[in-house]
Design a protein around this ligand. Structure first.
Ligand code: TXA
Ligand code: MG
Length: 317
């Protein structure tokens, strides 16, 4: 396994227009300059991501982010004031400084101000934003360590090692819509609906928060976040023994591995992708997870959003 690269090397590669995997507090990103089409195309190609699926632009601070928006930016500004730097991605009307390649021809752009100190230092030194989708092959599990990136891309991508990601689950993507008096959550994530409602309350705004499926979101795709072996969700109040009996009958020649959920959603999010990768190393294995009640709200919403998309099927027994 190749070694990760150092900060100065990452900086010079990015300046040259190369693609480098960078750490963020959520998951690692596959980053490149936003002003070079060749670089952007390389990101799509490495990830095998279809060109119709837009990229998130990572900025150093609010001032830089707002440079790329048009129209009324008062609500984006307030959201960044409150949540940035942090795991919130904001979708808003773009201006002509953002190329159509980044947004897949859409009139909006997704902007995020990440919190990881190494990536902040990179963005500060570059004095320019970085486009970065999660650093995994399209449709597969996101990476939460430099090792995950190196192994997913068979060492083809240089990685700046920033340790294990603190949050472990992707950012929450929001689309504030002042006209409709809504903040739409396009992808649930680390920032919860309740936190957004708290923001509205504190700022005394006449808005409500609503989940919305966006066709460009992973929700619009049939598969996403897939581990290397099938994952089954079992909805039941029965004991684990009964789940194992059911699955052994259905898949007699497979070994069964259980994905564990911690009672803390934060701990679960932090370990989820590493656990999925670790348990799916062996081809003859299947993974299962027990769906329990009381895991619909808060950060659990994001966790189950990913698990539902990662799963091959769900059974109720
Ligand atoms: O935590 C994160 O958000 C990580 C780290 C690296 O920042 N990034 C990440 O990127 O999860 P990605 O590309 O794997 O997921 C971003 C999602 C994609 O599903 C994409 O379709 C959506 O954001 N997206 C990007 N631009 C959009 C836009 N203008 N409107 C709606 N959705 C957009
Ligand atoms: Mg992704």
């Amino acid at each position: 396994m190749k070694k990760p690269i150092r900060f100065q090397k990452a900086l010079s590669l990015l300046l040259k227009g190369e693609v480098v995997a960078i750490p963020t507090e959520t998951v690692y990103g596959l980053a490149g300059r936003i002003d070079k089409d060749k670089t952007l195309k390389k990101i799509f190609a490495l990830k095998k991501r279809p060109l119709f699926n837009p990229l998130i632009v990572h900025c150093y601070n609010q001032e830089q982010a707002l440079e790329y928006l048009s129209g009324d930016t008062s609500l984006p500004k307030m959201l960044f004031d409150f949540f940035a730097p942090g795991p919130l991605t904001l979708v808003a009307k773009k201006n002509s400084k953002i190329s159509a390649l980044i947004t897949a021809g859409k009139s909006t752009v997704a902007l995020r101000i990440p919190k990881h100190p190494l990536t902040r230092k990179l963005l500060k030194n570059l004095s320019a934003p970085l486009a970065a989708p999660s650093a995994n092959p399209y449709g597969r599990v996101s990476p939460v360590s430099a090792f995950h990136v190196l192994s997913s891309f068979k060492n083809k991508v240089p990685v700046l090692d920033g340790g294990n990601c603190q949050k472990g689950l992707e950012s929450t993507i929001v689309f504030p819509d002042k006209k409709r008096k809504k903040i739409f959550i396009l992808r649930p994530g680390i920032i919860t609906k309740k936190q957004l409602e708290m923001f509205i309350h504190k700022k005394n705004l006449n808005l409500t928060v609503e989940y919305k499926k966006d066709p460009f979101q992973p929700g619009g795709q049939s598969t996403h976040y897939k581990p290397d072996v099938p994952l089954y969700i079992i909805e039941t109040q029965k004991e684990e023994k009964e789940i194992r009996k059911f699955l052994s009958k259905k898949f007699p020649d497979r070994k069964l591995k259980k994905l564990h959920l911690n009672s803390s959603a934060h701990q679960t999010a932090k370990n989820l992708y590493s656990q999925m990768r670790r348990l799916s190393k062996y081809k003859e294995t299947i993974l299962f997870i027990q769906k329990t009640k009381n895991q619909e709200k808060g950060l659990w919403k994001g966790i189950w959003n990913r698990l539902n998309k990662a799963s091959s099927a769900q059974y109720r027994i």
